[in-house]
Write a protein that binds this ligand. Structure first.
Ligand code: NAI
Length: 418
C-alpha cells in the first residue's frame, strides 16, 4: 500500500495550502535546518520507522520532514482533536508521510488514529502528553516489542512518565524533552505567553488593556502568560498552590490570592497548571457576568466542563471557538476552544522561531535515544546538557552572534576552592 492509500485525512485537495504553510515555517527554523543538513548526510534513522503524535500543524509537519530526511519512514497523528490542520496533513501525505489525523475527529476516531500510528510497529516514537505511551502500557502492550524508545514533548506527559517509572512499570526508555533548558525557558514561557494572547485576541476580538486577567498556575507557562497579559495592559492576578511560586509572582509585580477571591474579580481566566478542576462549580457561582474562560494546560480538565454545564440553563456557540454558558441566575460565562489548550485549539500554536529550538531538541534527542537506548534502559532520561547547549549555540549563530568562551585561567579559577 502507498502512503496515500494508507493515510486517513480529511481532504487531499488541500495540499497546496499546506505546502505554503510548511514552506513559511521552514524559512523561520534555522536551527532545525542545521540539524536537517546533518541528518541528510548521516542518515541516523535509515531503515527505521518513527511514529509521532504531536499537535499537527506546520511546524510539527516540518519536524516530521526533518526526521524523514534522516532516513526514517514516518507516520504521524495529532495530539489534540482541535489542533490538527487538514491542509498540513494533505501536504505531508503528498510528501510521502503516512498521516492518520483530521480536525475535530470523534473521540473514537481520535483514539483509533493513535492506535494506527502504533500498529505500524515503529522503532522510535515522539509523544505529547504521554498518549502513545499510555496506550502501549494499557491496551496495546503487544505493540511495545519493536520500540527502542522515544521522546516526550510536554510537562503533563513527563509527570505521567515519571509516575510509570516510579511504579517500575515503564517498558521503554523515554527522553524528557520538556525538561531541557532550551524547551521550557523559551517554549513554555515565551511561546505559550505569546500564542495564548494571539489566539484569545483573534478569537474574541476584544481588548486586553484594562481587563483583570487571572493566570492560574505560575509555572513556566504561567510566567509567560502573566508577563504578556501585563504587557498588553491588563491588571494581572495570579493564583497558585505553591507558596514559593506565589512569592515569585508577587515579586514579579502581580497580585496573588486564592481562586475563591480571584474568581470574583477576573474578566479573563487562563489556566496553565497541568492539574484538574482548578476552576470549578464554586467559582462559576461568583464570577462576573461575561467572564471569559480559557485553558492553556495540556488536557481539557482544568476548567471543569461537566460542572459548568450542570450549572447552566443553556449553551450555544456565539463565535467560532466561543461557547456561551447561560447560568441559572442569567449570568453568561464564555468558554474558549472547548476548554482545550487555547493557543492550539483556536490558534496556530507557538511562533516558528520558538518551535525551531523545541523541535531541534526533539530531533537530536530522538537520534540520541536511538544510539543509546540499550545503555539508557527503561527510564525517563534528561536531555544531555551538551545537546541542550548545542541548540542554544546554533540559535545564537542563526542570530549572527555568540557568547564568550572561558579562558584556561578562568576555567581554573572557577574550579578552584582557593
Ligand atoms: P509547571 O509545572 O512549570 O507549572 C504548573 C504550575 O501550576 C505549578 O507552579 C503548580 O504549583 C501550579 N498549580 C498546580 N495546581 C494548581 C492549582 N490548583 N491552582 C493554582 N496553581 C496550581 O508546568 P508548565 O510547564 O507551566 O506547564 C503547565 C501545563 O501547560 C502542562 O499541562 C503542560 O503540559 C502544558 N503546556 C502547554 C503548552 C501550550 O502550548 N499551551 C506549552 C507547554 C506546556
Amino acid at each position: 500500500m502507498t502512503t496515500k492509500e494508507r493515510s486517513i485525512i480529511a481532504n487531499p485537495a488541500l495540499a497546496a495550502e499546506g505546502h505554503l504553510k510548511i514552506d513559511w515555517v521552514d524559512a523561520h527554523m534555522p536551527v532545525l535546518n542545521r540539524i536537517k543538513e546533518q541528518f541528510v548526510k548521516e542518515q541516523p534513522f535509515k531503515g527505521l520507522k518513527v511514529s509521532i503524535s504531536l499537535h499537527l500543524e506546520a511546524k510539527t509537519a516540518y519536524l516530521a520532514k526533518v526526521i524523514q530526511a534522516g532516513g526514517a519512514e514516518v507516520t504521524i497523528t495529532g495530539s489534540n482533536p482541535l489542533s490538527t490542520q487538514d491542509d498540513v496533513c494533505a501536504a505531508l501525505v503528498e510528501d510521502g508521510i503516512t498521516v492518520y489525523a483530521k480536525y475535530k475527529p470523534s473521540p473514537e476516531e481520535y483514539k483509533s488514529f493513535l492506535i494506527k500510528a502504533l500498529e505500524t510497529e515503529p522503532d522510535l516514537i515522539i509523544d505529547d502528553g504521554c498518549e502513545l505511551v499510555t496506550l502501549l502500557h494499557t491496551e496495546r502492550p503487544d505493540l511495545l516489542k519493536t520500540i527502542r524508545g522515544g521522546a516526550e514533548e510536554t510537562t503533563t506527559g513527563i509527570i505521567r512518565l515519571k509516575a510509570l517509572e516510579k511504579e517500575g512499570s515503564l517498558k521503554i526508555p523515554m527522553i524528557a524533552v520538556n525538561d531541557a533548558y532550551c524547551k521550557y525557558l523559551f517554549d513554555n514561557r515565551y511561546g505559550t505567553g505569546q500564542s495564548v494572547f494571539d489566539s484569545i485576541n483573534r478569537t474574541t476580538n476584544l481588548v486586553v488593556a484594562g481587563k483583570t486577567v487571572v493566570v492560574v498556575g505560575y509555572g513556566w507557562c504561567g510566567k509567560g502568560v502573566a508577563m504578556r497579559a501585563k504587557g498588553l495592559g491588563a491588571n494581572v492576578i495570579v493564583t497558585e498552590v505553591d507558596a514559593i511560586k506565589g512569592v515569585e509572582a508577587y515579586m514579579d509585580g502581580f497580585a496573588i490570592m486564592p481562586m475563591a477571591e480571584a474568581a470574583k474579580r477576573g474578566d479573563l481566566f487562563v489556566t496553565v497548571t497541568g492539574n484538574k478542576s482548578v476552576i470549578r462549580g464554586e467559582h462559576y457561582e461568583v464570577m462576573k457576568d461575561g467572564a471569559l474562560l480559557a485553558n492553556a494546560g495540556h488536557f481539557d480538565v482544568e476548567v471543569n466542563k461537566p460542572e459548568l454545564l450542570a450549572q447552566s440553563v443553556s449553551k450555544r456557540t456565539v463565535r467560532n471557538n466561543i461557547e456561551e454558558y447561560k447560568l441559572k441566575d442569567g449570568r453568561k460565562l464564555y468558554l474558549l476552544a472547548e476548554g482545550r489548550l487555547v493557543n492550539l485549539g483556536a490558534g496556530d500554536g507557538h511562533p516558528a522561531e520558538i518551535m525551531d529550538m523545541t523541535f531541534a531538541l526533539q530531533a537530536m534527542s530522538l537520534k540520541y535515544v536511538n544510539e543509546q537506548y540499550k545503555a539508557i534502559g527503561n527510564r525517563v532520561l534528561t536531555v544531555p546538557y551538551e545537546l541542550d547547549e548545542q541548540v542554544a549555540r546554533f540559535k545564537l549563530e542563526s542570530l549572527g552572534t555568540s557568547v564568550d568562551t572561558l579562558s584556561e585561567e578562568q576555567k581554573a579559577y572557577l574550579q578552584s576552592w582557593q
